[in-house]
Write a protein that binds this ligand. Structure first.
Ligand code: ASP
Length: 419
């Protein structure tokens, strides 16, 4: 897709959103009649996730040439994920302590929401266990992406050690990947219609939201302010410093993916577009994009991490519990864990918040306080989640490979330190 058609696409998506809101103003909840268009789009996106994750991870790993390179790219990627998630949680904790949105909240009729009740607490061991599947086919069928990623990484890594015999299989995955990306191209034509349907379907009846937003305005403002600083200041700054790219241009090229993230509230469903925009429009190399983005869509969630911290401390303020330094540190750590553990699907973060609340002894009923506006905040945090992955791909690309597609034997080009 060339620049002109990508601009046209972006204009199409923005027009679709505007049209959907115009329709809602004129026709109200009747606009929900268009929801099927959104469902169709979402199904088409989800259909591509598993073939895309498997083929792109295998191609990403095998294109590193030498498996030893994996160490460098892998470490950098993990370092980026950890650092940015940490900054996001820190920002969340800072904002919620400054603004104190929970002070004086009325606490009537609190109950633990059905979706959260009965959820086992996810601990550190569960997180480790969730990396490996006892049945990879079942994991694929259930779209349990993390073990599929681990499996594909191993498969790709082993294939590179098999020399001649591994080649046909690698060629197979390369062709599969190319074909799936062509399907993503086809899907791009559907994006404006899909986004229109998703917005019309979800925002058509927002009576409840308006009522809740008045009561929870300060809380929403705190989350949104934190997300804005992270997404519009911290990440662009990192992109500029370490990725050596113009943040505005990079952001513009990611537009279709970011608006899709907002419309679907799912990092995983957005993945096909995230890869397409990063690789084809922003020119991030295959091996960086294919490594950083699928993994990031499941484990790197800056927006979710920030929100988990704000929400937990907001609940503490509302129930009148004072959190000491030690407990805030526990929130810092568990919010990070909760964000890693959250799947890239709508409102997954709401459920994994149980980890944070339990760790500091906060009542699970507190989740009931923020439930009514969660679906809306979810869209904003998902957008930041995807933006964080996209920025990571550019940074890893630049720092690990200096942006060049190097043959395995070529000497490594490192950023030169002065002195
Ligand atoms: N919906 C988010 C995502 O897919 C996860 C969450 O915070 O609920 O990235």
């Amino acid at each position: 897709m060339n620049t002109r058609s990508s601009h046209r696409l972006l204009i199409g998506i923005v027009a679709a959103i505007a049209l959907a809101f115009l329709g809602i103003t004129l026709f109200g909840p009747r606009m929900a009649a268009f929801a099927w268009m959104g469902t169709l789009f979402l199904k088409a996106l989800k259909m591509l996730i598993i073939p895309l994750v498997v083929s792109s991870m295998v191609v990403g790993i095998t294109s590193l040439g030498d498996v030893r390179r994996l160490g460098r790219v892998g470490l950098l990627t993990l370092g980026y994920y950890t650092a940015t998630t940490g900054i996001a949680v820190g920002l969340g904790i800072l904002f919620v302590n400054l603004i104190r949105p929970g002070a004086g909240m009325p606490l009537d009729n609190l109950v633990v929401p059905e979706r959260v009740e009965g959820k086992e607490v996810l601990g550190a061991q569960d997180l480790i266990l969730s990396f490996v599947s006892d049945n990879i086919v079942k994991s694929m069928a259930e779209m349990d992406v993390l073990p599929v990623i681990v499996f594909s990484l191993l498969l790709g890594g082993i294939l590179t050690t098999m020399e001649e015999r591994g080649r046909p299989v690698i060629a197979f995955f390369e062709a599969l990947n190319e074909a799936v990306m062509k399907m993503v191209h086809l899907l791009m034509y559907l994006v404006p219609f899909g986004v229109f349907g998703l917005v019309a379907g979800r925002f058509a009846d927002t009576g409840d939201l308006l009522r809740a937003a008045t009561a929870l305005g300060k809380y929403m403002g705190t989350v949104l302010a934190g997300l804005a600083v992270h997404g519009l200041v911290v990440l662009p700054l990192l992109l500029w410093l370490f990725g050596r790219r113009s943040p505005l241009r990079y952001l513009g090229n990611m537009g279709a993916a970011l608006l899709t993230a907002f419309s679907t509230a799912s990092s995983s469903a957005t993945l096909p577009l995230t890869i397409q925009c990063a690789e084809e429009k922003n020119g991030v190399s295959k091996r960086s994009a294919y490594f950083v983005l699928p993994l990031g869509a499941t484990v790197n969630m800056d927006g979710t991490a920030l929100y988990e911290a704000v929400a937990a401390i907001f609940i503490a303020q509302a129930v009148g519990m004072t959190l000491g330094m030690e407990q805030q540190v526990i929130i810092f750590l568990t919010a990070t864990l909760a964000a890693i553990g959250a799947a890239g699907i709508p409102e997954a973060g709401l459920v994994t918040m149980v980890i944070v609340l339990r760790a500091v002894g906060l009542p699970l009923e507190g989740i009931g306080l923020i439930l009514a506006v969660d679906w809306l905040l979810d869209r904003f945090r998902t957008t930041i989640n995807v933006w964080g992955d996209a920025v990571g791909a550019a940074i890893v690309d630049r720092v690990a490979t200096d942006g060049k597609w190097m043959p395995a034997a070529a000497p490594e080009v490192k950023p030169v330190h002065s002195g």
